[in-house]
Design a protein around this ligand. Sequence first.
Ligand SMILES: [Zn+2]
Length: 495
Amino acid sequence: MGRLVDQDYLWLRESQPRSQPGRIRRWLPFGLVPLAALGVWYGFYTAPDGSSAAPVASAETASPSNVAREARLIPAVAHVGTSARARPVNQIRQLTPSPGMSGLDAKALTMAPAGDLIGDAAHPGWRSVDIEQGDTLSLAFERAGLSYMDSLRIAHMPDLGHYFTRGLRAGSHLQVEADMAGRVQSLVYPIDAARTITLSRDDDGDGFSGSLAQKALQHRRTYARGVIRHSLYKDALAAGLSRPQVAQLNKVLSADVNLGRDVQSGDRFVVAYDELYRDGQRVGTGPLLAATLQGTTKDVQAIRYTDSAGQSGYYRPDGRPMRRAFVRAPVDFTRISSPFNLKRRHPVLHRLRRHEGTDFAAPQGAPIRATGSGKVTFRGRNGGYGNMVELRHDRHVTMRFAHMSRFARGLSVGDTVKEGQVIGYVGMTGLATGPHVHYEFRVDGQPRNPQTVKLPGAPPLTGSALARFEKTARPLMAALERPGGDVQLAEAGER
Ligand SMILES: [Zn+2]
Protein backbone atom coordinates (compact mmCIF):
# COMPACT_ATOMS: atom_id res chain seq x y z
CA MET A 1 0.00 0.00 0.00
CA GLY A 2 2.72 2.42 0.98
CA ARG A 3 4.51 2.24 -2.33
CA LEU A 4 1.69 3.87 -4.26
CA VAL A 5 2.13 7.07 -2.23
CA ASP A 6 5.36 7.51 -4.18
CA GLN A 7 5.82 10.96 -5.70
CA ASP A 8 7.14 9.43 -8.90
CA TYR A 9 3.76 8.03 -9.87
CA LEU A 10 2.13 10.39 -12.34
CA TRP A 11 -1.65 10.20 -12.46
CA LEU A 12 -3.40 11.52 -15.51
CA ARG A 13 -5.75 13.57 -13.36
CA GLU A 14 -2.77 15.59 -12.17
CA SER A 15 -1.39 16.27 -15.61
CA GLN A 16 -4.76 17.66 -16.70
CA PRO A 17 -5.68 20.21 -14.04
CA ARG A 18 -9.38 20.25 -13.14
CA SER A 19 -9.35 24.03 -12.81
CA GLN A 20 -9.12 24.42 -16.59
CA PRO A 21 -12.86 24.05 -17.38
CA GLY A 22 -13.59 26.34 -14.42
CA ARG A 23 -11.37 29.04 -15.82
CA ILE A 24 -13.00 28.79 -19.26
CA ARG A 25 -16.42 28.88 -17.63
CA ARG A 26 -15.46 31.99 -15.69
CA TRP A 27 -14.17 33.89 -18.73
CA LEU A 28 -16.49 32.65 -21.43
CA PRO A 29 -19.37 35.01 -20.50
CA PHE A 30 -17.00 37.97 -21.00
CA GLY A 31 -16.06 36.57 -24.36
CA LEU A 32 -19.74 36.43 -25.25
CA VAL A 33 -20.28 40.14 -24.46
CA PRO A 34 -18.51 41.48 -27.58
CA LEU A 35 -20.11 38.68 -29.61
CA ALA A 36 -23.58 39.65 -28.39
CA ALA A 37 -22.80 43.35 -28.91
CA LEU A 38 -21.75 42.54 -32.47
CA GLY A 39 -24.99 40.63 -32.91
CA VAL A 40 -27.11 43.55 -31.64
CA TRP A 41 -25.15 45.97 -33.82
CA TYR A 42 -25.50 43.71 -36.84
CA GLY A 43 -29.21 43.23 -36.12
CA PHE A 44 -29.71 46.98 -35.70
CA TYR A 45 -28.17 47.73 -39.06
CA THR A 46 -29.66 44.82 -40.99
CA ALA A 47 -33.20 44.94 -39.52
CA PRO A 48 -34.47 47.65 -41.91
CA ASP A 49 -33.59 45.33 -44.79
CA GLY A 50 -35.75 42.60 -43.26
CA SER A 51 -32.82 40.30 -42.42
CA SER A 52 -33.53 40.37 -38.68
CA ALA A 53 -32.29 36.81 -38.38
CA ALA A 54 -28.78 38.02 -37.70
CA PRO A 55 -29.03 38.53 -33.89
CA VAL A 56 -30.82 35.20 -33.57
CA ALA A 57 -28.03 33.53 -35.51
CA SER A 58 -25.42 34.98 -33.18
CA ALA A 59 -27.37 33.70 -30.17
CA GLU A 60 -27.49 30.27 -31.73
CA THR A 61 -23.77 30.19 -32.38
CA ALA A 62 -23.25 30.82 -28.65
CA SER A 63 -25.55 28.07 -27.41
CA PRO A 64 -23.76 25.00 -28.83
CA SER A 65 -20.66 25.98 -26.87
CA ASN A 66 -22.86 26.24 -23.79
CA VAL A 67 -24.08 22.74 -24.41
CA ALA A 68 -20.52 21.57 -24.81
CA ARG A 69 -19.56 23.17 -21.52
CA GLU A 70 -22.46 21.60 -19.67
CA ALA A 71 -21.61 18.23 -21.16
CA ARG A 72 -18.09 18.52 -19.80
CA LEU A 73 -19.43 19.21 -16.31
CA ILE A 74 -21.80 16.27 -16.25
CA PRO A 75 -19.26 13.54 -15.28
CA ALA A 76 -18.50 15.30 -11.98
CA VAL A 77 -22.19 15.60 -11.13
CA ALA A 78 -22.82 12.02 -12.14
CA HIS A 79 -20.04 10.98 -9.80
CA VAL A 80 -21.79 12.61 -6.84
CA GLY A 81 -24.92 10.74 -7.75
CA THR A 82 -23.18 7.41 -8.04
CA SER A 83 -21.47 7.62 -4.68
CA ALA A 84 -24.67 8.72 -3.00
CA ARG A 85 -26.64 5.90 -4.51
CA ALA A 86 -23.92 3.44 -3.62
CA ARG A 87 -24.43 4.08 0.09
CA PRO A 88 -28.14 3.93 0.77
CA VAL A 89 -27.63 2.64 4.32
CA ASN A 90 -25.97 5.87 5.37
CA GLN A 91 -28.71 7.95 3.85
CA ILE A 92 -31.25 6.23 5.97
CA ARG A 93 -29.14 6.53 9.08
CA GLN A 94 -28.58 10.22 8.47
CA LEU A 95 -32.29 10.95 8.53
CA THR A 96 -32.90 8.91 11.66
CA PRO A 97 -31.84 10.61 14.90
CA SER A 98 -29.40 8.27 16.62
CA PRO A 99 -29.41 7.80 20.40
CA GLY A 100 -25.95 9.41 20.72
CA MET A 101 -26.99 12.63 18.99
CA SER A 102 -27.37 15.85 20.93
CA GLY A 103 -30.92 17.09 21.34
CA LEU A 104 -30.31 20.01 19.00
CA ASP A 105 -28.93 17.82 16.22
CA ALA A 106 -31.78 15.37 16.50
CA LYS A 107 -34.30 18.24 16.42
CA ALA A 108 -32.65 19.73 13.36
CA LEU A 109 -32.89 16.40 11.61
CA THR A 110 -36.48 15.65 12.44
CA MET A 111 -37.54 19.18 11.52
CA ALA A 112 -35.69 19.23 8.22
CA PRO A 113 -37.68 18.27 5.19
CA ALA A 114 -35.60 15.92 3.05
CA GLY A 115 -35.43 18.33 0.12
CA ASP A 116 -33.93 21.07 2.30
CA LEU A 117 -30.84 19.09 3.14
CA ILE A 118 -27.67 20.04 1.39
CA GLY A 119 -26.77 18.51 -1.96
CA ASP A 120 -28.94 18.19 -4.99
CA ALA A 121 -32.61 17.45 -4.55
CA ALA A 122 -32.31 13.88 -5.79
CA HIS A 123 -29.61 12.90 -3.29
CA PRO A 124 -29.97 15.04 -0.19
CA GLY A 125 -27.15 15.16 2.28
CA TRP A 126 -24.25 14.71 -0.12
CA ARG A 127 -22.06 17.51 -1.27
CA SER A 128 -18.77 17.77 -3.13
CA VAL A 129 -15.95 19.47 -1.26
CA ASP A 130 -13.27 20.75 -3.62
CA ILE A 131 -9.74 20.95 -2.31
CA GLU A 132 -7.98 24.09 -3.48
CA GLN A 133 -4.32 25.02 -3.51
CA GLY A 134 -3.08 25.62 0.03
CA ASP A 135 -6.19 24.11 1.61
CA THR A 136 -6.35 22.34 4.91
CA LEU A 137 -9.27 20.02 5.55
CA SER A 138 -10.61 22.60 8.03
CA LEU A 139 -10.55 25.40 5.43
CA ALA A 140 -12.31 23.25 2.83
CA PHE A 141 -14.88 22.13 5.42
CA GLU A 142 -15.48 25.73 6.47
CA ARG A 143 -16.20 26.76 2.86
CA ALA A 144 -18.65 23.89 2.54
CA GLY A 145 -20.35 24.67 5.85
CA LEU A 146 -19.13 21.47 7.48
CA SER A 147 -18.19 20.94 11.12
CA TYR A 148 -14.77 22.22 12.18
CA MET A 149 -14.61 19.61 14.95
CA ASP A 150 -15.20 16.86 12.40
CA SER A 151 -12.31 18.13 10.27
CA LEU A 152 -10.07 17.79 13.33
CA ARG A 153 -11.42 14.34 14.18
CA ILE A 154 -10.75 13.15 10.63
CA ALA A 155 -7.31 14.75 10.41
CA HIS A 156 -6.33 13.03 13.66
CA MET A 157 -7.42 9.52 12.71
CA PRO A 158 -4.43 7.30 13.56
CA ASP A 159 -4.16 5.38 10.26
CA LEU A 160 -5.90 7.53 7.68
CA GLY A 161 -5.50 11.03 9.13
CA HIS A 162 -2.35 11.81 7.19
CA TYR A 163 -4.23 11.51 3.90
CA PHE A 164 -6.23 14.54 5.04
CA THR A 165 -3.25 16.57 6.24
CA ARG A 166 0.06 16.19 4.36
CA GLY A 167 -1.59 13.95 1.79
CA LEU A 168 -4.46 16.29 0.93
CA ARG A 169 -4.14 17.04 -2.79
CA ALA A 170 -5.29 20.26 -4.41
CA GLY A 171 -7.75 19.53 -7.18
CA SER A 172 -9.33 16.53 -5.50
CA HIS A 173 -13.01 16.28 -4.71
CA LEU A 174 -14.34 14.82 -1.49
CA GLN A 175 -17.92 13.60 -1.38
CA VAL A 176 -19.34 14.32 2.05
CA GLU A 177 -22.65 13.31 3.51
CA ALA A 178 -23.71 15.64 6.31
CA ASP A 179 -26.72 16.74 8.27
CA MET A 180 -28.06 20.29 8.33
CA ALA A 181 -25.75 21.28 11.17
CA GLY A 182 -22.76 20.30 9.04
CA ARG A 183 -22.08 17.16 11.06
CA VAL A 184 -20.29 14.71 8.80
CA GLN A 185 -21.93 11.29 8.54
CA SER A 186 -19.75 9.78 5.89
CA LEU A 187 -17.07 10.80 3.47
CA VAL A 188 -15.60 9.42 0.25
CA TYR A 189 -12.17 10.66 -0.82
CA PRO A 190 -10.84 9.40 -4.15
CA ILE A 191 -7.11 10.02 -3.60
CA ASP A 192 -6.09 9.05 -7.10
CA ALA A 193 -7.05 6.66 -9.86
CA ALA A 194 -6.28 3.65 -7.70
CA ARG A 195 -7.18 4.55 -4.14
CA THR A 196 -10.34 5.68 -2.37
CA ILE A 197 -10.89 6.34 1.32
CA THR A 198 -14.34 5.81 2.76
CA LEU A 199 -15.16 7.07 6.27
CA SER A 200 -18.30 6.87 8.33
CA ARG A 201 -19.18 8.28 11.72
CA ASP A 202 -18.95 5.80 14.55
CA ASP A 203 -22.14 4.71 16.22
CA ASP A 204 -21.22 6.53 19.44
CA GLY A 205 -21.04 9.68 17.30
CA ASP A 206 -17.65 10.90 18.50
CA GLY A 207 -15.23 9.52 15.95
CA PHE A 208 -14.86 8.11 12.49
CA SER A 209 -13.80 4.78 11.15
CA GLY A 210 -12.95 3.97 7.63
CA SER A 211 -10.91 2.09 5.14
CA LEU A 212 -8.70 2.61 2.14
CA ALA A 213 -9.69 0.63 -0.91
CA GLN A 214 -7.15 0.06 -3.58
CA LYS A 215 -8.20 -0.92 -7.05
CA ALA A 216 -6.04 -3.33 -8.94
CA LEU A 217 -4.04 -1.69 -11.67
CA GLN A 218 -2.63 -3.40 -14.70
CA HIS A 219 0.96 -2.44 -15.35
CA ARG A 220 1.89 -2.35 -19.01
CA ARG A 221 5.65 -2.17 -19.46
CA THR A 222 6.51 0.56 -21.94
CA TYR A 223 9.79 1.67 -23.51
CA ALA A 224 10.60 5.09 -24.91
CA ARG A 225 13.63 5.16 -27.20
CA GLY A 226 15.31 7.91 -29.09
CA VAL A 227 18.43 9.45 -30.53
CA ILE A 228 19.54 12.90 -29.43
CA ARG A 229 19.00 15.42 -32.24
CA HIS A 230 18.30 18.62 -30.27
CA SER A 231 18.43 18.05 -26.51
CA LEU A 232 17.49 15.28 -24.14
CA TYR A 233 14.45 17.34 -23.17
CA LYS A 234 13.08 17.78 -26.70
CA ASP A 235 13.99 14.33 -27.94
CA ALA A 236 12.58 12.55 -24.88
CA LEU A 237 9.28 14.38 -25.38
CA ALA A 238 9.37 13.35 -29.04
CA ALA A 239 9.92 9.74 -27.93
CA GLY A 240 6.62 9.84 -26.07
CA LEU A 241 7.51 10.76 -22.50
CA SER A 242 5.41 13.37 -20.72
CA ARG A 243 6.95 16.56 -19.33
CA PRO A 244 6.90 15.30 -15.71
CA GLN A 245 8.56 12.08 -16.90
CA VAL A 246 11.27 14.04 -18.69
CA ALA A 247 11.83 15.99 -15.48
CA GLN A 248 12.21 12.66 -13.63
CA LEU A 249 14.62 11.45 -16.30
CA ASN A 250 16.74 14.61 -16.01
CA LYS A 251 16.85 14.27 -12.26
CA VAL A 252 17.90 10.63 -12.41
CA LEU A 253 20.57 11.00 -15.10
CA SER A 254 22.04 14.26 -13.83
CA ALA A 255 23.69 12.32 -11.03
CA ASP A 256 26.09 10.84 -13.59
CA VAL A 257 26.04 13.18 -16.55
CA ASN A 258 26.13 16.94 -17.09
CA LEU A 259 23.05 17.24 -19.29
CA GLY A 260 24.10 20.63 -20.64
CA ARG A 261 27.61 19.67 -21.64
CA ASP A 262 27.97 15.89 -21.99
CA VAL A 263 24.87 14.99 -24.01
CA GLN A 264 25.69 15.08 -27.71
CA SER A 265 23.85 14.68 -30.95
CA GLY A 266 23.72 11.01 -31.84
CA ASP A 267 23.61 9.72 -28.25
CA ARG A 268 20.94 7.09 -27.70
CA PHE A 269 18.54 6.77 -24.80
CA VAL A 270 16.02 4.17 -23.65
CA VAL A 271 13.59 4.58 -20.78
CA ALA A 272 11.42 1.86 -19.23
CA TYR A 273 8.29 2.61 -17.24
CA ASP A 274 4.83 1.19 -16.67
CA GLU A 275 1.64 2.57 -18.10
CA LEU A 276 -1.10 2.04 -15.51
CA TYR A 277 -4.52 0.82 -16.58
CA ARG A 278 -7.71 0.29 -14.66
CA ASP A 279 -10.68 -1.38 -16.36
CA GLY A 280 -8.96 -0.92 -19.72
CA GLN A 281 -8.52 2.83 -19.18
CA ARG A 282 -5.09 4.38 -18.98
CA VAL A 283 -4.96 6.22 -15.66
CA GLY A 284 -1.33 7.24 -15.29
CA THR A 285 2.27 6.16 -15.38
CA GLY A 286 4.45 4.56 -12.78
CA PRO A 287 7.93 5.81 -11.95
CA LEU A 288 10.79 5.42 -14.41
CA LEU A 289 12.04 1.87 -13.87
CA ALA A 290 15.29 2.11 -15.79
CA ALA A 291 17.06 4.49 -18.12
CA THR A 292 20.18 4.35 -20.24
CA LEU A 293 22.03 7.05 -22.11
CA GLN A 294 24.73 5.82 -24.46
CA GLY A 295 27.07 8.12 -26.29
CA THR A 296 30.62 8.49 -27.46
CA THR A 297 31.78 9.92 -24.15
CA LYS A 298 29.11 8.74 -21.75
CA ASP A 299 27.42 5.46 -20.92
CA VAL A 300 24.97 5.95 -18.08
CA GLN A 301 22.59 3.37 -16.69
CA ALA A 302 20.10 3.82 -13.88
CA ILE A 303 17.78 1.22 -12.38
CA ARG A 304 15.07 1.85 -9.85
CA TYR A 305 15.15 -0.35 -6.80
CA THR A 306 12.97 -0.45 -3.71
CA ASP A 307 14.79 -1.83 -0.70
CA SER A 308 13.27 -4.07 1.95
CA ALA A 309 12.48 -0.98 4.06
CA GLY A 310 10.34 0.38 1.20
CA GLN A 311 12.78 3.15 0.18
CA SER A 312 13.05 3.65 -3.57
CA GLY A 313 16.05 5.01 -5.37
CA TYR A 314 18.11 4.73 -8.54
CA TYR A 315 21.23 2.59 -8.73
CA ARG A 316 23.94 1.80 -11.22
CA PRO A 317 24.00 -1.80 -12.54
CA ASP A 318 26.72 -2.70 -10.00
CA GLY A 319 24.57 -1.64 -7.06
CA ARG A 320 26.09 1.77 -6.35
CA PRO A 321 23.37 4.36 -5.68
CA MET A 322 23.10 7.32 -8.06
CA ARG A 323 22.51 9.53 -5.05
CA ARG A 324 25.66 11.31 -3.98
CA ALA A 325 26.74 12.10 -0.47
CA PHE A 326 27.28 15.72 -1.60
CA VAL A 327 25.85 18.22 -4.07
CA ARG A 328 28.09 20.71 -5.85
CA ALA A 329 26.40 24.03 -5.12
CA PRO A 330 25.02 25.47 -1.87
CA VAL A 331 22.59 27.85 -3.63
CA ASP A 332 20.00 27.42 -6.40
CA PHE A 333 19.83 29.33 -9.68
CA THR A 334 23.20 30.89 -9.51
CA ARG A 335 26.41 31.46 -11.42
CA ILE A 336 30.01 30.99 -10.41
CA SER A 337 31.42 34.50 -9.98
CA SER A 338 34.90 33.34 -9.06
CA PRO A 339 36.15 29.79 -9.60
CA PHE A 340 38.47 27.76 -7.42
CA ASN A 341 41.98 29.01 -8.21
CA LEU A 342 45.08 28.55 -6.14
CA LYS A 343 46.91 31.43 -7.97
CA ARG A 344 44.45 34.26 -8.06
CA ARG A 345 44.79 37.99 -7.47
CA HIS A 346 42.31 38.89 -4.73
CA PRO A 347 39.69 41.44 -5.86
CA VAL A 348 39.72 43.32 -2.56
CA LEU A 349 43.30 42.85 -1.35
CA HIS A 350 44.83 43.25 -4.89
CA ARG A 351 47.57 40.78 -4.22
CA LEU A 352 48.23 37.18 -5.02
CA ARG A 353 46.05 35.11 -2.77
CA ARG A 354 44.87 31.55 -3.26
CA HIS A 355 41.15 31.19 -3.81
CA GLU A 356 40.48 28.07 -1.83
CA GLY A 357 36.84 27.76 -2.76
CA THR A 358 34.23 28.66 -5.33
CA ASP A 359 32.17 31.84 -5.23
CA PHE A 360 28.51 31.57 -6.18
CA ALA A 361 26.88 34.90 -6.95
CA ALA A 362 23.36 34.85 -5.56
CA PRO A 363 20.77 37.38 -4.43
CA GLN A 364 21.13 38.87 -0.97
CA GLY A 365 19.13 36.77 1.50
CA ALA A 366 18.84 33.65 -0.69
CA PRO A 367 18.94 30.45 1.39
CA ILE A 368 22.27 28.60 1.61
CA ARG A 369 21.92 24.82 1.89
CA ALA A 370 24.30 22.28 3.31
CA THR A 371 25.97 20.51 0.37
CA GLY A 372 26.30 17.35 2.45
CA SER A 373 25.34 16.06 5.86
CA GLY A 374 27.59 16.95 8.76
CA LYS A 375 28.11 18.37 12.19
CA VAL A 376 28.38 22.15 12.72
CA THR A 377 31.94 22.79 13.92
CA PHE A 378 31.92 26.58 13.51
CA ARG A 379 29.24 29.24 13.37
CA GLY A 380 30.23 32.89 13.72
CA ARG A 381 32.45 35.69 12.51
CA ASN A 382 35.77 34.60 11.01
CA GLY A 383 37.80 37.57 9.65
CA GLY A 384 37.65 37.88 5.85
CA TYR A 385 35.13 35.00 5.72
CA GLY A 386 32.61 37.20 7.52
CA ASN A 387 29.76 35.13 8.93
CA MET A 388 30.80 31.56 8.32
CA VAL A 389 29.49 28.06 8.97
CA GLU A 390 31.80 25.06 8.89
CA LEU A 391 30.46 21.51 8.65
CA ARG A 392 32.39 18.31 9.26
CA HIS A 393 31.03 15.42 7.20
CA ASP A 394 33.37 12.68 8.46
CA ARG A 395 36.99 12.28 9.50
CA HIS A 396 38.19 13.67 6.16
CA VAL A 397 35.71 16.08 4.62
CA THR A 398 34.84 19.58 5.87
CA MET A 399 32.78 22.29 4.15
CA ARG A 400 32.83 26.06 4.68
CA PHE A 401 30.15 28.57 3.72
CA ALA A 402 31.18 32.24 4.03
CA HIS A 403 29.94 35.87 3.75
CA MET A 404 26.48 34.99 5.11
CA SER A 405 24.14 37.85 5.96
CA ARG A 406 22.74 35.74 8.80
CA PHE A 407 22.61 32.17 10.06
CA ALA A 408 19.65 29.81 9.98
CA ARG A 409 17.51 30.23 13.06
CA GLY A 410 18.50 27.92 15.87
CA LEU A 411 21.67 26.62 14.21
CA SER A 412 24.53 26.17 16.66
CA VAL A 413 27.85 24.40 17.00
CA GLY A 414 27.39 20.67 17.58
CA ASP A 415 24.14 20.43 15.60
CA THR A 416 23.84 17.80 12.89
CA VAL A 417 22.49 18.99 9.55
CA LYS A 418 21.26 17.03 6.55
CA GLU A 419 22.17 17.61 2.92
CA GLY A 420 19.84 20.31 1.59
CA GLN A 421 19.08 21.83 4.99
CA VAL A 422 19.20 25.64 5.12
CA ILE A 423 22.14 26.77 7.26
CA GLY A 424 22.19 30.50 6.48
CA TYR A 425 21.44 33.27 4.00
CA VAL A 426 23.47 34.96 1.27
CA GLY A 427 25.20 38.19 2.21
CA MET A 428 28.50 40.06 1.81
CA THR A 429 30.00 40.10 5.29
CA GLY A 430 33.81 39.95 5.52
CA LEU A 431 35.90 40.58 2.42
CA ALA A 432 33.31 40.60 -0.35
CA THR A 433 32.50 42.99 -3.18
CA GLY A 434 28.92 41.78 -3.64
CA PRO A 435 26.47 39.24 -2.26
CA HIS A 436 27.79 35.72 -2.82
CA VAL A 437 28.57 32.45 -1.08
CA HIS A 438 32.18 31.44 -0.78
CA TYR A 439 32.07 27.64 -0.59
CA GLU A 440 35.04 25.47 0.34
CA PHE A 441 35.32 21.71 0.19
CA ARG A 442 38.32 20.40 2.12
CA VAL A 443 39.65 16.87 2.28
CA ASP A 444 41.98 16.30 5.24
CA GLY A 445 42.23 20.09 5.54
CA GLN A 446 43.41 20.58 1.95
CA PRO A 447 41.20 22.75 -0.29
CA ARG A 448 39.72 20.91 -3.29
CA ASN A 449 37.77 22.34 -6.18
CA PRO A 450 34.14 21.66 -5.22
CA GLN A 451 33.18 21.64 -8.90
CA THR A 452 35.58 18.91 -9.97
CA VAL A 453 36.43 16.93 -6.84
CA LYS A 454 35.34 13.31 -7.15
CA LEU A 455 32.42 13.16 -4.75
CA PRO A 456 31.91 10.02 -2.75
CA GLY A 457 28.61 8.24 -3.35
CA ALA A 458 26.20 7.01 -0.76
CA PRO A 459 27.18 3.48 0.36
CA PRO A 460 26.62 0.72 -2.26
CA LEU A 461 24.29 -2.27 -1.92
CA THR A 462 25.92 -5.38 -0.54
CA GLY A 463 25.03 -8.95 0.41
CA SER A 464 21.42 -10.01 0.17
CA ALA A 465 20.29 -6.49 -0.82
CA LEU A 466 22.66 -6.60 -3.79
CA ALA A 467 21.38 -10.05 -4.77
CA ARG A 468 17.79 -8.82 -4.56
CA PHE A 469 18.68 -5.73 -6.61
CA GLU A 470 20.34 -7.81 -9.31
CA LYS A 471 17.24 -9.93 -9.66
CA THR A 472 15.33 -6.73 -10.54
CA ALA A 473 18.08 -5.15 -12.60
CA ARG A 474 19.07 -8.00 -14.90
CA PRO A 475 15.80 -8.41 -16.84
CA LEU A 476 15.35 -4.64 -17.03
CA MET A 477 18.82 -4.08 -18.47
CA ALA A 478 18.30 -6.92 -20.93
CA ALA A 479 15.01 -5.38 -22.07
CA LEU A 480 16.64 -1.98 -22.58
CA GLU A 481 19.29 -3.53 -24.79
CA ARG A 482 16.75 -5.29 -27.01
CA PRO A 483 16.19 -3.36 -30.20
CA GLY A 484 12.66 -2.10 -30.85
CA GLY A 485 10.02 -1.53 -28.21
CA ASP A 486 8.49 -4.75 -26.98
CA VAL A 487 5.41 -4.39 -24.86
CA GLN A 488 4.37 -6.87 -22.25
CA LEU A 489 1.59 -6.98 -19.74
CA ALA A 490 2.90 -7.23 -16.24
CA GLU A 491 0.93 -8.00 -13.11
CA ALA A 492 -0.03 -5.24 -10.73
CA GLY A 493 2.65 -4.28 -8.24
CA GLU A 494 6.15 -3.11 -8.78
CA ARG A 495 7.90 -6.30 -7.85
ZN1 LIG B 1 35.56 33.22 -2.39
